[in-house]
Design a protein around this ligand. Structure first.
Ligand code: F6P
Ligand code: MN
Length: 304
C-alpha cells in the first residue's frame, strides 16, 4: 500500500476523458469528472427545497441538482440500461444495456448547512434493480473533504484517488493509494442513530467498542466510512427500536460501501449476514448497516 500523502502516477488519467473502453470504467470516470463540478456548485445550493425524496427526506437544492447532473451523464453511457438514485422515486430506463447504475448523489447533504464532509456514492450492478450486492461489478465514492478524493473498488482491488480540476477545464484523477486495505489494528468507530433509540443488543455491542476504540463521527456515512477505511475500525447505522430496518438504503448506500469495504479486506453485515448476500425487496429499501474490520463484524453477528 502506498502513502496517502504521496502520489504515484501509475493510474493517472484524465477522468472521463473518453479513453475508458467499457461501460463500468466509463461510469466511474463520469463520476470522477463530475466531482469537481459538483463541489463547485454546492455553495449556492445549501437551501432546502419544498420537496421530499423517496425516503421522505427533505431535499436540498444541491441534492436535486447533483441528481439531475449525474442522471443525464450516466444514462448517456452505452451499456448502461438502468439508472436509479436515492433522490428519485423510479428507476430510469436508459435503453439497451447490461449494467444498472445507482447513485446517492450527495450523501450526508444535511452537512451542507454546517459545512462538513459529504460525498457521492456509485454502484454498478450487472443485474436489473433491485439487485443483490453480489451483483455489483464496481463501486466507488467521492469524498468532499478538505480535498476531493475518490475510492474505487473493482476486481477485488481498492484504489484511492485525488480528483482535481485543472484550469477548471477537466478533472484529473491521480492514484494516491493502491491496494487499499483496512489496517489490522482497528482504531476508530462511528455509530449513527440516537443512543436511547438503539436496541439493547446493539447498545451492549457499542459499550464494548467504546471501551476499545476512539469515536469518529461526522454524520455523513461517506466521511465516517472513510475514517474506518483509513484507520481501521467499525461504522454502523444500526437497527433502532423505532426503526428496525435502520436508515441507510441497501441499493444506493449499503451495498456499494459493503463492496468497497469487503474488497479492502473488511467485512459487512446487516446483523445476520453480509450485506452483499441480502436479498433486495425494493429499490428504496433500508437496511441496518455494519462495516469494518472482520473481527469486529464477527463479534457483532455473534452477539446478535
Ligand atoms: O444519507 C443518510 C445520512 O445522511 C448518512 O450519510 C448518515 O450516516 C446518516 O444519514 C446520518 O443520520 P443521522 O443524522 O440520523 O445520524
Ligand atoms: Mn446518503
Amino acid at each position: 500500500m502506498g502513502d496517502a500523502d504521496s502520489s504515484t502516477d501509475a493510474e493517472s488519467s484524465r477522468a472521463g476523458s473518453g479513453e475508458s473502453s467499457d461501460p463500468v470504467s466509463e461510469a466511474i470516470a463520469v463520476v470522477a469528472r463530475s466531482a469537481p463540478e459538483i463541489r463547485g456548485g454546492l455553495a449556492g445550493r445549501r437551501r432546502k427545497t419544498d420537496a421530499e425524496n423517496a425516503s421522505g427526506e427533505v431535499q436540498m437544492a444541491a441534492d436535486v441538482w447533483a441528481d439531475e447532473l449525474l442522471e443525464s451523464r450516466l444514462t448517456a453511457i452505452d451499456g448502461v440500461g438502468q439508472f436509479a438514485s436515492e433522490e428519485r422515486e423510479d428507476v430510469v430506463d436508459a435503453g439497451e444495456g447490461e449494467y444498472a447504475v445507482t447513485v446517492d448523489p450527495l450523501d450526508g447533504s444535511s452537512n451542507l448547512k454546517s459545512n462538513n464532509s459529504m460525498g457521492t456514492v456509485l454502484g454498478v450492478y450487472d443485474a436489473d434493480l433491485p439487485a443483490r450486492g453480489r451483483d455489483l461489478v464496481a463501486a466507488a465514492y467521492v469524498l468532499f473533504g478538505p480535498i476531493t478524493t475518490m475510492v474505487v473498488a473493482r476486481d477485488g482491488e481498492v484504489t484511492e484517488y485525488v480528483v482535481e480540476s485543472k484550469n477548471g477545464e477537466f478533472a484529473e484523477r491521480r492514484a494516491v493509494r493502491e491496494d487499499v486495505t483496512l489496517p489490522d489494528d482497528p482504531v476508530v468507530y462511528g455509530f449513527g442513530g440516537r443512543v436511547p433509540d438503539w436496541t439493547d443488543r446493539f447498545a451492549d455491542y457499542a459499550r464494548e467498542i467504546e471501551d476499545e476504540l476512539k469515536l469518529r463521527y461526522g454524520g455523513a456515512m461517506i466521511g465516517d466510512v472513510n475514517q474506518v477505511l483509513t484507520y481501521g475500525g467499525v461504522f454502523a447505522y444500526p437497527e433502532l427500536d423505532s426503526r428496525p430496518e435502520g436508515k441507510l438504503r441497501l441499493q444506493f448506500e449499503a451495498n456499494p460501501i459493503a463492496f468497497v469495504v469487503e474488497a479492502a479486506g473488511g467485512a459487512s453485515s446487516n446483523g445476520t449476514e453480509s450485506l452483499l448476500a441480502a436479498e433486495p425487496e425494493g429499490v428504496h429499501q433500508r437496511t441496518p448497516m455494519y462495516v469494518g474490520n472482520e473481527e469486529l463484524i464477527e463479534r457483532l453477528e455473534a452477539q446478535f
